[in-house]
Design a protein around this ligand. Structure first.
Ligand code: NAD
Length: 489
């Protein structure tokens, strides 16, 4: 790939102890919609992580002794500053990640702002427990304290959104943090660092070390002075993190991959279900851990569903992410695009039908985007349940549709994967909706909707989709250490 000649290349720096510090080596990060190098990201390792952890440790005593209200005000200020620069953040996120400018403007950056406001508010409302034992003259109560330096590792699909979902609760609770964003999407985290001082975040409370998982990520996971790690990413990386942190018995929160089913019964309102299922399959190029990738449709409506679903998917426009009329942007990298395409090839080789998209329809791209990593929304029908397209996380704009007959059968098939993150159920029968929701092995079940979130409630997956939950109460519990104190009077 060639460099963008028109403008100077962006060079990021680590943010440690309230200062930007250069690194001795860098890795390239690409603009997925052009294939050009967009910026250079510090290739941090042990040394940089060591400096960041030290800064975070030094900042901990003062930050952790501030009142929740003081911390809350700072978080709100930071939210305001990000919101003020929303357009610049959205532009950067779109360029760095390949996502459409519309998605970055309406989902990623507003949610990052909301994450800070939400935890700024929720930290004010926690109460601890108290029980009494009059017979022995005792009261017991619990007290919660921040844990220390939190290690936060985030993926490339929703860069600032997922990073702030960790930073906000961690610092609201009084921890200090060392964060490592994905080396492929580091720009908005770096932009946020520029606002920290103005928001009143003391030096060392938020440190950001940029670099690869193998070097910077592992150094953070292995650091003895980082007692907890909140990680969002793939199941494979999580296994590695568990191994590497085992010698230190670290506290882990792991938000991982999914292979999310949609179950569509014959009494579903298809006028709602079809556009929502297109969105749940292809939003953000299918690069959301909650995206639908296995659609089970009851046999009586199978043909009608397929026809209308394909027609709706074809309405989605793929192209230049900065064009506000575009629905599907570029995939994160050349390697990832290749991987996603290979799944479609494998499905065909295994006898499934590709109804639209990759290899079936022409993809016309603007001149400036010919070297970008684009792919059309692709629908595969009749893949076998045990095939790799129905078992493995593809994490791209590919979804599989299959038919089912009975409720009992579809629950078994929907649960027949190693993952258990999110599911959607479509039916007009309220009894059925409850029954099925209860029996699905899934941390989140949406019925007759998708991606409607209340941040108060637990978020997370079961089985290979993760360990632990995050949310108002859950994040508070994760990012604090609880103690039970007994007083005899
Ligand atoms: P990834 O696991 O490759 O990387 C995630 C982060 O971990 C990156 O910052 C990476 O640099 C770092 N990392 C990689 N190896 C590491 C190591 N050995 N030690 C420490 N850190 C390491 O995941 P990705 O490809 O960036 O993201 C896509 C994955 O994330 C998908 O599987 C997706 O489902 C998942 N995801 C899950 C959720 C959720 O909330 N459950 C949300 C978004 C994405």
């Amino acid at each position: 790939p060639t460099m963008a000649h028109s403008q100077a290349l962006l060079v990021l720096e680590n943010f440690i102890g309230g200062k930007f510090v250069p690194c001795s080596s860098y890795v390239d990060s690409y603009n997925p919609s052009t294939g050009d190098v967009y910026c250079r990201v510090p290739d941090s390792g042990k040394e940089e992580v060591e400096a960041a952890v030290k800064a975070a440790k030094d900042a901990f005593p003062v930050w952790s002794s501030k009142s929740p209200l003081e911390r809350s005000e700072i978080l709100n200020k930071l939210a305001d500053l990000i919101e003020h620069d929303l357009e610049a953040f959205a532009q950067a996120e779109s360029k760095d990640q390949g996502k459409t400018i519309t998605f970055a403007r309406t989902v990623d950056i507003p949610r990052a702002v909301h994450n800070f406001r939400f935890f700024a508010s929720s930290i004010l409302h926690h109460v601890t427990e108290c029980t009494e034992m009059p017979a022995v003259g005792c009261v017991h109560y619990t007290s919660r304290a921040p844990v220390g330096v939190a290690g936060l590792i985030s993926p490339w699909n929703l860069p600032l959104y997922l990073l702030t979902w960790k930073i906000a609760p961690a610092i609201a609770c009084g921890n200090t943090v060392v964060a490592k964003p994905s080396e492929m999407t580091s720009v908005t985290a770096w932009m946020m660092c520029k606002l920290l001082e103005k928001a009143g975040v003391p030096p060392g409370v938020v440190n950001v070390v940029f670099g690869t998982g193998a070097k910077a990520g592992e150094a953070l996971v292995c650091h003895p002075d980082v007692p907890l790690i909140s990680f969002t990413g793939s199941t494979l990386t999580a296994q590695r993190i568990m191994e590497r942190s085992a010698p230190h018995c670290k506290r882990l929160s792991l938000e991982l991959g999914g292979k999310n089913p949609a179950i569509i019964f014959d009494d579903a309102d298809l006028s709602q279900c079809i556009p929502t299922t297109v969105r749940s399959s292809f939003a953000n190029q299918g690069e959301i851990c909650l995206c639908t990738s296995r659609i089970f449709v009851q046999r009586g409506i199978y043909n009608e569903f397929l026809k209308r679903f394909v027609a709706e998917a074809k309405k989605w426009k793929t192209g230049n992410p900065s064009d506000p009329t575009v629905d599907v942007g570029a995939l994160i990298s050349k390697e990832h695009l290749e991987k996603v395409r290979n799944y479609v090839k494998k499905a065909q080789a295994e006898g499934a039908r590709v109804l639209c998209g990759e290899g079936v329809d022409p993809l016309a791209l603007p001149l400036g985007n010919q070297k970008g990593y684009f792919m059309l929304p692709t629908i595969i029908a009749e893949a076998k349940d045990e095939s790799c397209c129905m078992q493995e996380e593809i994490f791209g704009p590919v979804t599989c549709v299959v038919a089912f007959d009975t409720e009992e059968e579809v629950i078994k098939r929907a649960n027949g994967v190693k993952y258990g993150l999110a599911a959607t159920v479509w039916s007009g029968n309220v009894g059925r909706v409850h029954r099925v929701a209860h029996r699905l092995q899934s941390g989140l079940v949406w019925t007759n909707c998708w991606l409607v979130r209340d941040l108060n409630l637990p978020f997370g997956g079961m089985k290979a989709s993760g360990i632990g939950r995050e949310g108002a109460k859950d994040s508070y519990e994760f990012f604090t250490e609880v103690k039970t104190i007994t007083i005899k009077h």
